[in-house]
Design a protein around this ligand. Structure first.
Ligand SMILES: NC(=O)c1ccc[n+]([C@@H]2O[C@H](COP(=O)([O-])OP(=O)(O)OC[C@H]3O[C@@H](n4cnc5c(N)ncnc54)[C@H](OP(=O)(O)O)[C@@H]3O)[C@@H](O)[C@H]2O)c1
Length: 302
């Protein structure tokens, strides 16, 4: 198929981890043309077949960014100062619909408020779940939800092992390390699922939820895996209250760990959804031990 015959997919967040993975998978798969969206197209000319400006805070940039696209991958960035995910995503969904987009893939997360019956508040999860309704009601020919896991990459940044008061290097978190509760994975592999969703709209284009999960682990299992590879990391469970006051954003991080411990990252048994995601991706995601052997830097070894 020549480039001109291929359907075009516009990718929000293309310079970031999730969108970057999607651009990579689309280009590798060769079935679709990729349009990378960024606030700074001049800085990222080589990123994809097309590189176009889009700013989720400037809705007027979005319709031209989506013009002519068959599909859109949408992610919002909670960490970005001032990001209002519902407002940003709603503007993007409307612009995509107006531009005639057929298939929208939204990167969502579980609704912690609903799962915990209002007891736990994790805005970077629930804020994304609140967008699901907007996507469902927009009336696209196809729509799909993907769920990013706890990135393996978080363990390098921002959750890299730290020097502890007792002299060891490792983690001090408000989480029972014995509880297997973290759905975790290599975020660079999210693109395989997203590209697979665009390629299989009949199978997963009717509001299916597709989580990327490479492993399901306790923190002890994470630490043991690394230590079997030659590291000597420690883990200490610390009280939630002390941790929550220790740095800006720590209170939400503490609440997130409480949620993981009580309900798991995905909030429910998701084995059917995980199997479907792996089916459309056409491969099994990389296990933590394999990823760590290749990616946990040697200088972290004692
Ligand atoms: N870390 C985890 O374990 C985890 C797990 C699940 C979900 N998440 C979620 O993942 C999201 C972040 O995705 P990521 O990791 O791919 O981010 P990232 O690598 O930090 O990159 C951020 C991306 O967001 C784009 N962006 C920021 N503000 C924008 C705006 N106003 N308009 C358009 N684009 C904008 C940036 O594009 P330009 O700068 O090029 O414009 C960049 O591509 C967060 O919402 C987080 O809650 C994280």
């Amino acid at each position: 198929m020549g480039t001109t015959d291929k359907k075009l997919i516009a990718v929000v967040g293309a310079t970031g981890q999730q969108g970057g993975a999607v651009v990579h998978a689309l280009r590798a798969g060769n079935q679709f043309k990729a349009r990378a969206l960024t606030r700074n197209p001049a800085k990222h000319r080589e990123l994809a077949d097309e590189v176009v400006e889009a700013d989720l805070n400037r809705p007027e940039t979005l319709k031209p960014a989506f013009a002519g696209a068959h599909g859109v991958f949408l992610v919002t960035n909670f960490q970005e100062h001032g990001a209002e995910e519902l407002k940003q995503a709603t503007a993007a969904v409307r612009a995509a619909k107006d531009a005639g987009v057929k298939h929208l893939v939204w990167s969502t997360l579980p609704d912690v408020e609903a799962i915990s019956k209002g007891k736990l508040h994790v805005p970077h999860f629930t804020g994304k779940a609140n967008v699901d309704r907007v996507v469902k009601e927009a009336g696209f020919a196809n729509h799909t939800f993907v769920i990013a896991p706890f990135y393996y990459q978080n363990l390098l940044d921002p959750l890299a092992p730290q020097k502890q008061a007792d002299g060891s290097v490792g983690w001090a978190l408000p989480l029972d390390p014995n509880v297997r509760c973290v759905h975790i994975g290599d975020i660079t592999e999210l693109g395989n699922i997203v590209a697979g969703a665009f390629a299989h709209p009949d199978e997963v284009g009717n509001g299916e939820y597709l989580p990327l999960v490479g492993d399901f682990m306790s923190f002890n299992e994470i630490v043991d895996t690394l230590n079997r590879q030659g590291h000597e990391f420690s883990f200490k469970q610390v009280p939630t209250e002390a941790f929550a006051a220790s740095f800006p954003g720590a209170a939400e991080a503490a609440e997130t760990f409480r949620y993981f411990e009580a309900y798991t990252y995905l909030g429910s048994d998701s084995s059917d959804r995980i199997a479907l995601a792996n089916k459309v991706a056409g491969r099994q995601p990389t296990k933590f031990s394999t990823w760590a052997r290749l990616n946990f830097p040697v200088q972290m070894l004692k």
